[in-house]
Write a protein that binds this ligand. Structure first.
Ligand code: FAD
Ligand code: FMN
Length: 550
């Protein structure tokens, strides 16, 4: 039976320190004021009334302190983690290491999201675990902060000493890391990265790339939620904090792959509806607020005989019920039958955001996306891609926010760059190429994979023109359905190992954009063959190996 997981203990309570400082300051003040006392101090009885009054104040203060202590103890008990026993162990573990409580709060929310999705998950303090306990879980999510100068939180110091001192045996474990930090510190998210490194060296496989959170940035937390939703098999987990969208007008939508055997992919162009300046960098991400189709909303209202024009209150604003319904998850009509419009509005949950790699640069005059239309098994459109590629009419205002994604920005110098990707991953690579070409950096090698050359080469004319005038030095394609056998990006990369080594030896940076399943791990395995695990790790640490995979 495994040990009981407990909430982290701080070495000292900041509140106690604060109180001590206040008392010291009062003593210093009293000593200072006593300098002005001209006559010797004389003691006289203040009178019964004053003694009673002072006693009452002291009693009130003691009661107040006791009430706070009781409520804190109750809260701590309510938050205490249940014991994890071998018999009751879940399939998922959320383990956290927190110094001031934020990582713990996010770990609890992640744990609750998994449980709400019906998964059997446990929650534990990282420091309470050992390698054997960790190895029992097929899937582990770590939520850890960094403190001091790149250190682990106090509660994880023992784990670092006992467990991370040597590689573990975690080959059956798949994991994800949410690393909290602050870019103001030199050792940004250092403990998260150290843990990630140890996990990889212990044979664990990552479920997705480590998510860095700079100073509680809500966009990065939504990105973590995107992964959480996919893992939970429930992409409609409500956003922990809704993005502050701006309206962007949909001004272009073009089917990019007519005749393809794959899902339809669309090229979209958007401009700010309120005339704002275009401002982002290649590598950044567009967060989109999906909407239900007008037809779905109308049908839902009709089922309940409700009037969509009825005005309801939502977050200090008033709007027609139909407008609020369009951005919300439509509840099961039977669950809300008989309720008034405002009661329904009060219980609505907004549709969660979707992320798309930006395919253009501001100089293009519009924000362009490359979006694959997704469908559920029953034929319904995916919430985000369905809205963008099917339901939103041209000219519609799309809720959009740009998330800066520094970990996929282009190098600032002229170093050679290998751009590797598949499918809609070409979006992120195209924006990087545009930035490089505009800066006159022509040592670009594009390696791109899709199904058929005849229909699936997005931006074909542009890529051909760049190649023809030498803006892209080298292009290799992997069209998996064109040959006798299936050939993917990683297979083509493997054919050119010597050239890959040569480019990397010349200082090249490697950018990978596209599928998290299949392509990204396949490419990484070939890069390991080319330059070795350690070199690739050093490249990642130095920003020379960057990925935007989903
Ligand atoms: C950083 C980042 C960048 C992205 N860039 C792009 C991009 O440039 N172009 C693009 O088309 N998409 C991109 N995506 C994916 C995009 O955010 C959505 O996940 C995708 O459009 C599906 O959302 P949806 O709302 O249409 O489908 P949902 O309503 O979420 O789901 C509809 C159906 O599709 C399935 N599904 C959803 N996501 C996946 C998945 N990843 N793999 C397999 N099945 C899935 C669901 O299980 C469900 O059956 C990116 C994601 C991330 C995290
Ligand atoms: C004293 C102190 C030291 C910190 N040191 C680092 C650091 O070296 N690197 C980093 O990325 N973040 C550092 N941070 C930022 C924290 O990791 C970040 O605020 C995080 O959200 C805190 O999460 P927690 O409340 O779970 O501890 C530090 C914060 C504090 C207060």
């Amino acid at each position: 039976m495994s040990s009981v997981a407990t909430a982290p203990r701080r070495r000292f309570d900041l509140g106690v320190l604060g109180n001590l400082l206040v008392v010291l300051a009062l003593v210093a003040l009293a000593i200072g004021l006593s300098q002005w006392q001209a006559e010797p101090l004389r003691w006289s009885f203040p009178g019964r009334g004053r003694v009673w009054a002072a006693g009452a104040v002291a009693a009130l203060y003691a009661g107040f302190v006791a009430a706070i202590a009781v409520s804190r103890t109750r809260r701590a008990r309510a938050q205490a983690l249940p014991a994890i026993t071998a018999q009751q162990r879940g399939d998922w573990l959320v383990a956290f290491a927190s110094q001031t409580g934020f990582a713990e709060q996010l770990a609890r929310r992640s744990y609750e999201a998994l449980r709400d999705a019906g998964l059997h998950a446990d929650l534990a303090v990282l420091g309470s675990l050992d390698a054997a306990q960790l190895a029992q879980y097929p899937r582990v999510l770590f939520v850890v902060s960094t403190t001091g100068e790149g250190d682990a939180p106090d509660s994880a110091a023992g784990f670092v000493r006992r467990v991370m001192a040597q590689a573990g045996e975690l080959s059956a474990t798949r994991y994800g890391v949410l690393a909290l930090g602050d870019r103001e510190y030199t050792e940004y998210c250092a403990f998260g990265h150290r843990l990630d490194h140890w996990l990889r060296h212990s044979g664990a496989q990552s479920l997705f790339d480590l998510v860095e959170v700079d100073n509680s940035e809500p966009g990065a937390l939504r990105h973590w939620q995107h992964h959480l939703g996919l893992l939970a098999g429930h992409t409609e987990l409500p956003d922990w904090s809704a993005p502050s969208y701006r309206p962007w007008r949909l001004q272009e939508r073009l089917l990019s792959n007519p005749g393809s055997v794959g899902g339809p992919v669309f090229r979209l162009g958007l401009v700010p509806a309120d005339g704002d300046a275009l401002d982002w960098r290649a590598g950044d991400i567009a967060e989109i607020g999906p909407r239900n189709s007008a037809a779905d909303v109308a049908q839902w209202l009709a089922t309940l005989s409700l009037d969509g024009a009825e005005i309801v209150r939502h977050e200090d604003a008033q709007e027609p019920l139909s407008a609020l319904l369009s951005r919300s998850r439509l509840p099961d009509p039977n669950a809300v039958r008989g309720q008034g419009a405002q009661a329904i509005a009060d219980a609505l949950k907004l549709l969660s955001h979707r992320e798309y790699s930006i395919a253009s640069v501001p100089a293009d005059g519009s924000l362009q996306l490359l979006v694959r239309q997704m469908r559920y098994e029953d034929g319904r459109y995916g919430s985000g891609s369905g809205w963008l590629t099917e339901h939103a009419a041209m000219g519609t205002a799309i809720d959009l926010r740009i998330r800066s994604n520094p970990s996929f920005h282009a190098p600032s110098d002229a170093r050679p760059v290998l751009l590797i990707g598949n499918g809609t991953g070409l979006a992120g690579l195209r924006a990087l190429l545009k930035t490089r070409i505009a800066a006159g950096h022509r040592r670009n090698w594009l390696l791109f994979g899709e199904r058929n050359a005849a229909c699936d080469l997005h931006y074909r004319a542009e890529l051909d023109a760049w190649q023809a005038d030498g803006a892209i030095e080298r292009v290799d394609y992997a069209f998996s359905r064109d040959g006798e056998s299936r050939t993917y990006v990683q297979d083509v990369l493997r054919k050119h190992l010597d050239a890959v080594r040569e480019w990397i030896a010349q200082g090249a940076a490697v950018y990978v954009c596209g599928s998290l399943e299949g392509m990204a791990p396949g490419v990484e395995a070939v890069l390991h063959e080319a330059v070795g695990v350690e070199t690739l790790e050093t490249m990642a640490a130095n920003g020379r190996y960057r990925r935007d995979v989903y």
